[in-house]
Every structure is written in structure tokens, then in C-alpha cells.
Design a protein around this ligand. Structure first.
Ligand SMILES: [Zn+2]
Length: 187
């Protein structure tokens, strides 16, 4: 009845990487174990895989998929006991840095209780914001320079470096500010 949907879910799971290489590595083992349980021989399934066994695999994969999909909404991604490293964090704004006459929002990952904050974890939001009205700036090249524009208030600024290059400098500064902050608090 819903067989097509189920197959579709598995295929899309494989395509989107929900099914990790780990699952694929485990499949032969699962096949062998199921073979041993059902037929008493480790290899008989490999030669003649019955429909019931395929159904069993399908269920196992679905169970695993469902488990991971429900977990991936949260912070970690794993198969029960074996938890793989975090793949993403939620980000929160921790401050605003003024650099190159524009404003950069400083973001930091929301950490779990067991994780330690490191200043190198911070990232600056791109593009930077207008210092006057807070709108995200736009950028274009003109005469070998970069022109930063604000669509909110019409501010216009010329710069030698582009947003990305400037953000790398600004990020180092922001990291230093946070390090100083931590040093002050600790000692
Ligand atoms: Zn503006």
C-alpha cells in the first residue's frame, strides 16, 4: 500500500545523506545475523534472500531513519549508544563590533553543558550592517575598489577589501576582545 512512499523515503534518505556510510557498512552484518537466526546458516540469505528478510531490513532501516530524523532536530546526530560529533549548532548573537566604519554582529554557537566556549568559535554575520540604520549592506566593485551601500539610508562607503576579507580581520579583533574579557574575569 505505502510501499512506494517507503522506498522513496529510503532513497531520499540515502541521497540526502541521512543514511550514513555506517549503516551501509552494517548492512552485510545485519544480513548475516538475520540469516543465522532464520536459517541457521550465515550465508544462505546471501544466496537466496527471502522477501520476509527484505521486509525485516526495510523495517530496520526505517527504524534507524526515523530515530535519526527525530534526533537531528536536536543538537546531536547518532545511533543510540554511538553518538557522532555534533554537526551543527544553534547560533546566538553575543555582541556587535564596529570595524571599518560598519557594524558586525558577533555570533557564538549555543553550547551544551559539557562543551567549553572557545573564542575561536565565534563568527561574524555577513553582510555587515549600516552603522546609521542597521540595514544589511550591499557591495559592488568599482574602479578596483569595493563600494558598500545601504539601501536603508543611502550611506555609501569605499573600501579596499571586500566584505569577506574585512570580516576576517574583524573576526580576529572580536576574538581578541572576548579573550581579554575572559582574561579579566579569570584573573
Ligand atoms: Zn543605513
Amino acid at each position: 500500500m505505502k510501499k512506494e512512499n517507503v522506498t522513496g523515503a529510503i532513497i531520499s534518505g540515502i541521497v540526502t545523506g541521512v543514511v550514513t556510510p555506517l549503516t551501509l557498512l552494517l548492512l552485510p552484518v545485519v544480513i548475516a545475523i538475520a540469516s543465522k537466526i532464520v536459517t541457521g546458516s550465515w550465508t544462505s540469505f546471501i544466496y537466496g534472500i527471502p522477501v520476509t528478510a527484505w521486509a525485516l531490513f526495510l523495517l530496520l532501516i526505517l527504524f534507524w531513519l526515523g530515530f535519526n530524523i527525530s534526533r537531528s532536530g536536536r543538537s546531536s546526530f547518532g545511533v543510540g549508544i554511538l553518538t557522532l560529533p555534533r554537526i551543527y549548532h544553534e547560533w546566538q548573537e553575543v555582541g556587535v563590533l564596529e570595524y571599518a566604519e560598519v557594524k558586525w554582529r558577533v555570533k557564538s554557537p549555543k553550547l551544551g553543558l559539557s562543551e567549553k566556549f572557545d573564542p575561536s568559535m565565534i563568527r561574524l554575520e555577513l553582510p555587515p550592517r549600516c552603522p546609521t540604520c542597521g540595514t544589511k549592506l550591499t557591495e559592488h566593485r568599482a574602479w578596483g575598489k569595493y563600494v558598500w551601500n545601504c539601501v536603508g539610508c543611502g550611506l555609501r562607503k569605499k573600501n579596499k577589501k571586500n566584505f569577506l576579507q574585512t570580516s576576517e580581520d574583524a573576526e580576529k579583533l572580536a576574538q581578541r576582545h572576548i579573550e581579554e574579557d575572559i582574561e579579566q574575569r579569570e584573573g
